[in-house]
Design a binder for this molecule. Structure first.
Ligand code: COA
Length: 260
């Protein structure tokens, strides 16, 4: 599959998707969101992709936000549709994907860029990364899930401050807040993501899929996460992965999981 705004390549079970508009600091325009939806769909269906890494092209930005030039003239209806479509195609889509998604935050992650990173299952940042939700400085609020996922990750007070000030935080502060799991050098960012992806790939993809569903259920209104966990836990007992995992343990050997 060939794309205009992104790159996607698979290597050893990892598909790396790179947003490739460095001259626009990888800002998310409509075409890029559509291509990302397509690339995530392809990677999720691909039996040989066990983990997806998403990053930005160039040394400066992960994603500097939604493309402001595309929505500057929008009215109330257009604005609502923009948020709804983006959440459906990309942000909620990634969060609920069965394949683990790691955000490699390699520079500015602002507005829709930080929202994209937050929709991923977890985040790793390079030490030059700067993160923030500057929307209120543009006269809007975050519309790609930022008002929901930021407080989930950093707590309500910090989220309120970040949104109200529209300021940026450094990578180390983001780590202290729990927004990113690890901080490393720019050179080591992708290798560290790949190392962690390697640890994930040793485990059952079927079990990981169930775990993603159960963990996400904790953040869904009107859903009893404990019930989701019980259902997903029970389902595992009917899988080949469960038979292999428990048998391998008892036989004192490494499990060889059949895959997706
Ligand atoms: N939407 C559209 N274009 C963007 C963009 C965005 N969110 N962020 C950056 N760009 C474009 C700039 O317009 C510029 O394009 P040009 O060279 O054609 O003029 C190019 O990317 C480089 O950005 P520039 O502002 O010159 O880089 P900088 O190093 O001076 O500043 C930032 C970097 C990130 C501080 C600055 O680009 C910025 O504030 N961007 C917007 C961030 C934002 O508000 N995001 C939330 C959107 S909802």
């Amino acid at each position: 599959m060939s794309y205009e705004n992104i790159l996607s390549k698979r290597n050893d079970g990892i598909t790396t998707i790179t947003i490739n508009r460095p001259n626009k600091l990888n800002a998310l325009n409509k075409a890029t969101i559509n291509e990302l939806n397509q690339a995530f769909k392809v990677a999720d269906k691909d039996k040989n992709t066990k983990v997806i890494i998403i990053t930005g092209s160039g040394e400066k930005a992960f994603v500097a936000g939604a493309d402001i030039s595309e929505f500057a003239h929008f009215d109330v209806e257009d604005g609502g549709k923009l948020a709804a479509k983006g959440q459906e195609l990309l942000f909620d889509y990634i969060e609920n994907l069965s394949t683990p998604v790691i955000a490699a935050v390699n520079g500015f992650a602002l507005g829709g860029g930080l929202e994209l990173a937050m929709a991923c299952h977890f985040r790793i940042a390079s030490d030059n990364a700067k993160m923030g939700l500057p929307e209120t400085s543009l006269g809007v609020i975050p519309g790609y899930g930022g008002t929901q996922r930021l407080p989930q990750l950093v707590g309500k007070g910090r989220a309120m401050e970040m949104v109200m000030t529209a300021g940026m935080i450094e990578a180390e502060t983001a780590k202290a807040y729990g927004l990113v799991n690890h901080v490393t050098t720019q050179d080591e960012l992708i290798p560290l993501c790949e190392k962690i992806a390697g640890k994930i790939m040793r485990n059952s993809t079927v079990a990981i899929k169930g775990a993603i569903k159960a963990i996400n259920a904790n953040y869904k209104d009107g859903v009893d996460g404990y019930k989701v966990e019980i259902k997903q836990f029970g389902k595992c007992f009917g899988t080949d992965d469960f038979t292999e995992g428990t048998t391998a343990f008892l036989e004192k050997r490494k499990a060889e999981f059949p895959g997706k």
